[in-house]
Design a protein around this ligand. Sequence first.
Ligand SMILES: [Zn+2]
Length: 358
Amino acid sequence: MPKRARSPSHGPLALSKRLKASKSPEPILVATASQAPGSPQKAKKLKLLETYALTSPFPSYPHPTPVECTAVHDLLASHHNAYPSYSAQNGQGGGKNSAETCGATPDVLDSLVGTILSQNTSNANSSRAKHSLDTAFGLNPSPSAAGGEEELESARERGWAALANAPRADVVEAIKHGGLANKKAKVIQDALASVHAKHGVYSLQHLARPSSPEAEPLTDAQIMAELTSYSGVGPKTASCVLLFCLGRDSFAVDTHVFRLTKMLGWVPPKADRVTAQAHMEVTVPRELKYALHVLFIMHGRACGGCKSNGKGKEACVLRSYMRERGLKTEEDVDEDEMKEMKLKEEVDEDNVKEEAEC
Ligand SMILES: [Zn+2]
């Protein structure tokens, strides 16, 4: 979880001003199905991203509007006394555990591995698993111990090579506290092998900086396409790397973001996590993506009033906000619809198992 940033320059007022001056959000989910060698799941994943590249999967769905996004941002920021901004936390993750910081680290490969470890588990467990993996394979060496920049790069490279070539059982053992260890070990080792096969090095730093001073920076879409081309890396994981490591405006939809935005009616009931992300990538203003992502997760973890499909006993600022505006909370939705939504959610869970909690 990134650190909270509390600064007047990043408060709701400043944000509202930036919002007014902002351009409309640029959709980022672009990939081509033709890039999909191998599994039918990968072809399906890339096809889905391609389909929703330019417009929302729900183009006529009218929510969320920029005004709604600002209102909910201001409400949550004020309630939790937190004004997260990427610029305030950028660079603070250097040398830290990339699972603990949601992938906020300058090393793109380290960010990807940390984000994979954070899937389907708590922050504490994924941090423990990442720390254990770092220790077992000499990943994330400290700059002071490694010497100069070149030595640091070599030390990193040796660590990734050791992890890529280790017996699967050793990797599973190292990350056993993070849940789904067998699956995550395979995803991590497969991704490392693919990165090395494609680039000749265990590094994704080309996504962070242009290959030469004259080269154009990669677009969000190009980065998203490369990250999701690795087996087991879905749109949410890629979006977290874009958002937390690379400082791009992307709206990662994890389990809390999905639950709360669905409750707010920002996505239609039929949306699954992938289509919800594609919809809000287009509809949430760029300037609010980072802050809303962090605030929804903060609220989702802390509030007992909107858990269990909005039937929690505690007070919830989001449910009060909805009632004040005459919006239906889920408890108002009739029972049949609830049953149908629950069934759909279960199917969605199966479809996007790799896309869970940030
Ligand atoms: Zn709540």
